[in-house]
Design a protein around this ligand. Structure first.
Ligand code: SAM
Ligand code: SF4
Length: 463
């Protein structure tokens, strides 16, 4: 035993939770906690949870069953293991979690994780602690930045939260209740965070938010838009690639669309969830746009950046969804020609308007529609991936591949790309010619540049 306490954090759900978990890890490093991947050695386990669908929430309770055994084993060894539930399940269920799973010592919501050291001190004194009040102070003002070493260990691609919460209140969605109202971080603090990341070797930054393109943080001359923020972040030396997610179609404003045409660092791939292709269902979901308006946004983006590719989220079996409504969703998959998409069965979330409706779709119908939709999406994804064969892409190499001498990187379209290349190319953007498309990855070889000097350089880098 070296006296350092150990922290194990498990993240569920979206990238926002991944980012929050990293910030909790950075903050607890200052309190003397070292991160461990092995929960059985931990002194503190944090489950950073997701409440978006019922299945996601239930996973937390089954994990807590396993953790109960770890806590008992730790007690037998004379150690005290503290267990925390953070994130959106914590926000939605509060003290009910401790009632259902007495193994839990602390419960705190997404807006309160900067208070973890204080909450932990209370739990160490034996209290059961629940903190799900929306904090009045801004948690970002209270957080420690990651050390350069921790940043490097996390790789060359990083997330940065720029906006949190949501004011849209789609009728199926729990986010406005668990994450609260929309809040944007000021431009200056985001720029400082990205500069620090770039200084530690990060080459790609994805700006994230539940509704990221509603960003309206304070800039040098008043509130900024996401388009203006992206222009500012693109100027930071060392940052080769920018992305942002997740966007709402209603908030794709002109400066953001223009940024896709103007900023070479902004990657030509956009996740723009549609949820349903049916106007009737879109209205009942309170999405605030029609199918035609969505297609118009797609057309404007394609005009600004002709090589842009789109991905989406879809929900099948929203209350009252008919076969015709569902076919409208199926048809838009081909009409847009998505490069990929996530699709989900509608899951009634307590407290949301759609969950109260008495025209819920039967489970068997949801299952059948989901299978048909996934088949259509898979078909489009294969077409998109096949069309990449023979093309040469800039690939940002991220890490070693499974095979000796192989690296894995990402294409501009976020596809994993595997190629034989020396480890020195990790963190570099390199031209790769795609030779083969697998189900989830592309395979390629380093592209041959024209001059003999470049060829010699390349020969020294290939394995
Ligand atoms: N803000 C994003 C937007 O408006 O598109 C979505 C964020 S949400 C965290 C991610 C996805 O989960 C949604 O796009 C939706 O497809 C899905 N989702 C949300 N609530 C759901 C529910 N009750 N049942 C099934 N899927 C749901
Ligand atoms: Fe949920 Fe997204 Fe709708 Fe907000 S915009 S309520 S996060 S689905």
């Amino acid at each position: 035993m070296d006296g350092t306490r150990k922290l194990h954090i498990k993240s569920y759900g979206c990238q926002m939770n991944v980012y929050d978990s990293q910030r909790m890890t950075d903050m607890m490093a200052r309190e003397g906690f070292e991160e461990t991947a092995a929960p059985e050695t931990a002194d503190l386990i944090v489950l950073n949870t997701c409440h978006i669908r019922e299945k996601a929430a239930e996973k937390v309770y089954s994990e807590l069953g396993r953790i109960r055994q770890l806590k008992q084993a730790a007690a037998r060894e004379g150690r005290k293991l503290l267990v925390a539930v953070a994130g959106c399940v914590a926000q939605a269920e509060g003290k009910e979690i401790i009632r259902r799973a007495p193994v839990v010592d602390l419960v705190f919501g997404p807006q309160n994780y900067h208070r973890l050291p204080d909450l932990l001190a209370q739990a160490e004194r034996g209290a059961k602690v629940v903190d799900t009040e929306f904090a009045v102070e801004d948690k970002f003002d209270h957080l420690a930045p990651a050390s350069a070493a921790a940043t490097r260990a996390r790789g060359v691609s990083a997330f940065v939260t720029v906006q949190e919460g949501c004011d849209k209140f789609c009728t199926f969605c729990v986010v406005p209740y668990t994450r609260g109202a929309e809040v944007s971080r000021p431009v200056a603090t985001i720029v400082a965070e990205v500069e620090r990341l770039a200084g530690a070797g990060v080459r790609e930054v994805t700006l994230i938010g539940q509704n990221v393109n509603a960003y309206h943080g304070e800039g040098p001359d008043g509130p900024s838009t996401l388009g203006r923020l992206l222009r500012r972040v693109a100027e930071i030396p060392g940052i080769a690639r920018l992305r942002y997610t997740t966007s709402h179609p209603r908030d794709m404003e002109a400066s953001l669309i223009a940024a896709h045409g103007d900023l070479p660092a902004l990657m030509p791939q956009l996740h723009l969830p549609l949820q349903s292709g049916s106007d009737g269902i879109l209205a009942q979901m309170h999405r605030r746009h029609s199918r035609a308006e969505y297609l118009d946004v797609i057309a404007r983006l394609r005009k600004a950046r002709p090589d842009i590719a789109f991905t989406s989220d879809f929900i099948v079996g929203f209350p009252g969804e008919t076969e015709d409504d569902f076919r409208a969703t199926l048809s838009i998959v081909d009409e847009v020609g998505y490069a990929g998409a996530f699709s989900f069965k509608y899951s009634p979330r307590p407290g949301t308007p759609a969950a109260e409706r008495d025209d819920q779709v039967e489970e068997a119908v949801k299952v059948e529609r989901l299978a048909r939709l996934q088949a259509a999406i898979d078909r489009r994804q294969s077409i998109f991936n096949e069309q990449c064969v023979g093309r040469t892409f800039d690939v940002l190499f991220e890490k070693a591949g499974r095979r000796d001498g192989q690296l894995v990187g990402r294409s501009p379209y976020l596809q994993p790309v595997q190629a034989m290349a020396r480890a020195a190319l990790i963190g570099e953007v390199v031209a790769v010619t795609i030779s083969e498309a697998g189900t989830n990855s592309l395979f390629g070889t380093l592209a041959r540049p024209a001059s003999s000097r470049h060829r010699a350089q390349l020969a020294s880098l290939e394995t």
